[in-house]
Design a protein around this ligand. Structure first.
Ligand code: NAD
Ligand code: DAU
Length: 354
């Protein structure tokens, strides 16, 4: 594999993936196509921007002309699609762009892959397509039951990928990963929001009773898994990528305040997310059979992540002081005034591990 197109490479996982691939493969060329939405940030790629093996194009994956023109100028061996609207809470406020990018964008990329007979297409999907998993773990054969406009759009794209493999023989592989965390994650997501709010002595808005469970995957472990699937995954197949580290949100919140050396009083229960999935859990034995397993434990990963946000205050302060402020007020303003279960009526607002 000599040249790959990475879409959405200016976001959290995409930028980590580009850095990982350029570090790992000295002869690889990487082209990054990104629209630079609010979540895209070229500062994430400072370390590689002058690397002659890397090039950046600003453009929308849902614009078929943009995608076709780029691929007619640049021959690539593979497409790895990270580009998406990704935040569940934003999809609840305004689903429109989720359908445009996460479904029509994938359609445009699949059409281009078909036209140019691209040798490999990796669609980065999510464990959220399975919906809540109260017990056990979802395998790749589990039914899709997405709860939010975000996960429904991602699920729609997964089905389109399957159809393009079956009907047109486009060599698509789909990965479904658990919740990622690590450096360069936009501070709207749970872990970076809680770390940065804690560092600023602001309340940490914990949804509902905080007992929801997520399976956490450190971002470089995810990058290694995608690389493995890109090279060794079988076309037409789906691969779950879990972190083997399930935890309740309230415990993550407590750990963050401890690591930031702040008071647990900052943890503030607020009104729950509508349609909040109670638990995600993946059976990742299929990708393990390809020889991959996560290397970073949740304990180590959280400590590394807190250290990164402490060291890179300029990166996140710039974001939080710009448009993010409006989003934060729309999402949390009323919720924080009218706190949820655990606050006020119930004893104490500090969660316990029980
Ligand atoms: P992110 O929100 O940090 O970044 C998304 C990137 O896509 C941004 O750079 C943005 O500018 C770009 N983008 C958005 N719309 C675009 C468009 N129409 N055309 C071109 N570029 C566009 O997202 P992330 O957390 O890095 O997630 C990357 C992928 O991984 C997504 O497909 C997401 O569904 C999937 N995923 C994320 C997680 C997670 O926990 N973050 C877990 C599993 C799967
Ligand atoms: O599971 C994979 C998915 O993980 C990805 O596909 C999504 O792109 C990514 O955003 C993430 O979705 P979640 O909804 O699980 O992540 P989020 O960080 O928004 O929330 C994690 C948990 O924390 C969830 O149970 C909701 C809770 N939460 C989140 C926020 C932002 C809070 O309690 N308070 C908050 O302010």
């Amino acid at each position: 594999m000599k040249r790959i197109l990475v879409t959405g490479g200016a976001g959290f996982i995409g930028s980590n993936f580009i850095q990982y691939m350029l570090e790992t493969y000295p002869d690889l060329q990487v082209i990054n196509l990104d629209k630079l939405t609010y979540a895209g940030n070229l500062e994430n790629l400072r370390a590689v921007e002058r690397d002659s093996r890397y090039s950046f194009f600003q453009g929308d994956i849902a614009d078929r002309q943009v995608v076709m023109e780029l691929l007619s100028r640049k021959k690539v061996d593979a497409i790895v699609n990270f580009a998406a609207e990704t935040h569940v809470d934003r999809s609840i406020l305004r689903p429109d762009d989720f359908l445009k990018t996460d479904i029509f964008g994938v359609f445009a990329l699949l059409e281009a892959a078909r036209h140019f007979s691209i040798a490999r297409f990796v669609q980065i999907s999510t464990d959220e397509v399975y919906g809540p998993i109260p017990e056990g773990a979802a395998s790749e054969a589990s039914p899709l039951a997405p709860s939010s406009p975000y996960s429904a759009s991602k699920g729609g794209a997964d089905l389109l990928c399957h159809a393009y493999f079956v009907t047109y023989n486009v060599p698509v592989v789909v990965t479904r990963a658990a919740n990622n965390y690590g450096p360069y994650q936009y501070p709207e997501k749970f872990i970076p929001l809680f770390i940065t709010n804690a560092l600023e002595d602001k309340p940490l808005p914990l949804y509902g009773d905080g007992r929801q469970v997520r399976e956490w995957l450190y971002v470089t472990d995810h990058c290694r898994a995608i690389d493995r699937v890109l090279r060794e995954g079988r076309p037409g197949e789906i691969y779950n990528i879990g972190g083997y580290s399930e935890e309740q949100n309230r415990v993550i919140a407590e750990t963050i305040v401890e690591l930031c050396k702040k008071s647990p009083e900052l943890i503030t229960f607020v009104e729950d997310r509508p349609g909040h999935d109670v638990r995600y859990a993946l059976d990742s034995s299929k990708i393990k059979a390809l020889g991959w397993e996560p290397r970073v434990s949740l304990e180590e990963g959280l400590a590394k992540t807190v250290a990164w946000y402490k060291k890179n205050k300029d990166w996140w302060k710039k974001i939080k002081e710009a448009d993010f402020k409006n989003y934060y007020t729309a999402q949390y303003g009323k919720r924080l005034q009218k706190k949820g279960p655990g606050n006020g009526g119930e004893p104490g607002n500090t969660p316990s591990r029980s």
